[in-house]
Each structure stands twice: as structure tokens, then as C-alpha cells.
Design a protein around this ligand. Structure first.
Ligand SMILES: CC(C)(COP(=O)(O)OP(=O)(O)OC[C@H]1O[C@@H](n2cnc3c(N)ncnc32)[C@H](O)[C@@H]1OP(=O)(O)O)[C@@H](O)C(=O)NCCC(=O)NCCS
Length: 219
């Protein structure tokens, strides 16, 4: 048996031009930790941690373990009614960041949300836009999503620029604590299938059918 027989998400692979996305694998975690340790927040962006203590580089051992436990928790807590699937993003075969997709009551609502990061050295060359387009095509064309939600602090210009380029529209604001503890405004964004700005590359998907069955997504 291999991993994909035991756990269908591990059989999933999305390819779009120079990038590939597949659910984060156990043996990739040390490399992802190294990428975070090198920093994911560019100099022109205020401290924007997404989940736990994230992003400015110089990761403590406790923070590294927090990240590991977060990824492991996504495997342990996965249910058809509630899932988070973090995906390793590879560009030209090398890991550069993570694109996550989550669904709560997805078989009924067909609504999903996304979050993503790239190592600073790999930002600013279109990868962030292409991975968001790839996950959106996957969600709409293959999972049957009806909407995708995301958000970024009001001063995270890069993330908001990517959302606009991909076709997301502003969908209100809410208060959210940064990793520093400071509370600030997050801009919520929403994408419908007909608003998606598609890339020049087609999306190839491997391992879809076992995943749909596993997540109880009928079509
Ligand atoms: C957000 C992120 C994934 C985007 O990835 P990326 O590869 O840098 O994005 P791209 O190169 O595809 O596009 C960035 C766009 O932002 C624009 N941009 C960059 N800095 C900007 C600024 N200060 N103001 C406005 N636009 C800006 C770029 O011009 C580019 O648009 P263009 O291609 O039309 O010129 C990446 O920057 C990142 O990981 N940031 C840190 C983590 C994070 O904030 N994640 C999102 C949390 S909501």
C-alpha cells in the first residue's frame, strides 16, 4: 500500500504551468519550516502572521513545533464536514510555499476559503497569483465550489493586489488580532466562479475521484 491508498488527499496533485500543488507531505515539513525560518514577510509589509507566530524569519524551536502541530492537526481533524488541506507549492519542482484550502460543511454549502504564503525569495514573480488561480480553478471546476472566501489586513498590499488580479471583490471588513497582539482591520474578499480571472495555463488534476469520495462531495 502507499500513502494515496491509505489517505486519498496524498494522491492529489494539481499542475498549472510552472507550478505544482499537492497536499503537504510528512517528509516535506522540514523544508517548509526552513522556508518560514528564512522569512515570508517582505520588508514593505507590516507583520502579518496568518495562523500562529509566523513570518518575519528567525523561527524559535517552539514556533517550529507549533507549525508542525498545526499541519498534523489538519490531518487528524479532517472530516467531510470540516477540512483544511494545506498544499505544498512547488515551482519548477522546488517547494516555495503553501496554499491552503478549507471547507466547512462543504458538501452542503459549496463554500471554501483559502490562505497562502511564499518564502520572500520566491515572491514577486507571479507565483502567488498563479497558485491562487490554480486553487480557484480546482475549487470551482473540480470540487464544485460556489464561492471562495479570503481576507488580508488592510495594509497587506501584495495579498490584496493578488486577490484583485484573480477577480475577488471586497466583501466587508472585520477586526482581527495580528501576531503582535495589535487588533486591526482585515478586508474580507469573495470570489464567484464567473469572476475568476483564469491564467494562460490549463490546470491538470491527478487523484480527484478518490478525494471526492473521501470528502463526500457528490457531483
Ligand atoms: C501574498 C503573496 C502570496 C503574493 O505572492 P507573490 O508571488 O508575491 O505575488 P505575485 O508576484 O503573483 O503578485 C504580486 C502583485 O502585488 C503587487 N504588489 C506588490 N507590492 C505591492 C504594493 N506594495 N502595493 C500594491 N501592489 C503591490 C505586484 O505589483 C504584483 O502585481 P502585478 O503582477 O500586477 O504587478 C506573497 O507576497 C506572500 O507570501 N506574502 C506573505 C504572506 C501573506 O501575506 N499571505 C497572504 C495572507 S492573506
Amino acid at each position: 500500500m502507499d500513502w494515496a491508498d491509505l489517505w486519498p488527499p496524498f494522491g492529489l496533485a494539481l499542475r498549472c504551468g510552472p507550478i505544482e500543488l499537492h497536499p503537504v507531505r510528512f517528509d516535506e515539513l522540514p523544508r517548509l519550516i526552513e522556508l518560514i525560518d528564512g522569512g515570508i514577510i517582505a520588508d514593505d509589509v507590516p507583520n502579518y502572521p496568518m495562523t500562529s507566530p509566523f513570518g518575519l524569519g528567525g523561527y524559535t524551536v517552539a514556533e517550529q513545533r507549533d507549525s508542525l502541530q498545526y499541519w498534523w492537526s489538519t490531518w487528524a481533524n479532517l472530516r467531510p464536514a470540516d477540512w483544511v488541506i494545506p498544499m505544498t507549492v512547488l515551482r519548477d519542482g522546488a517547494p516555495v510555499g503553501v496554499q491552503e484550502i478549507a471547507g466547512h460543511d462543504f458538501p452542503t454549502l459549496r463554500s471554501a476559503s483559502t490562505g497562502s504564503w511564499l518564502a520572500v525569495a520566491h515572491q514577486g514573480r507571479g507565483t502567488g497569483t498563479l497558485m491562487r488561480q490554480a486553487i480557484a480553478m480546482f475549487a470551482f471546476d473540480h470540487l464544485g465550489a460556489r464561492e471562495l472566501m479570503s481576507g488580508a489586513f488592510h495594509d497587506n498590499a501584495r495579498s490584496l493586489a493578488v486577490s484583485r488580479k484573480v477577480g475577488y471583490r471586497e466583501n466587508g471588513r472585520k477586526l482581527l488580532a495580528r501576531g503582535t497582539g495589535e487588533v486591526d482591520e482585515e478586508i474580507r474578499v469573495r470570489l464567484l466562479p464567473e469572476w475568476l480571472v483564469r491564467p494562460g495555463h490549463a490546470l491538470e488534476v491527478d487523484g480527484l475521484e478518490p478525494l471526492l469520495e473521501f470528502l463526500e462531495i457528490g457531483r
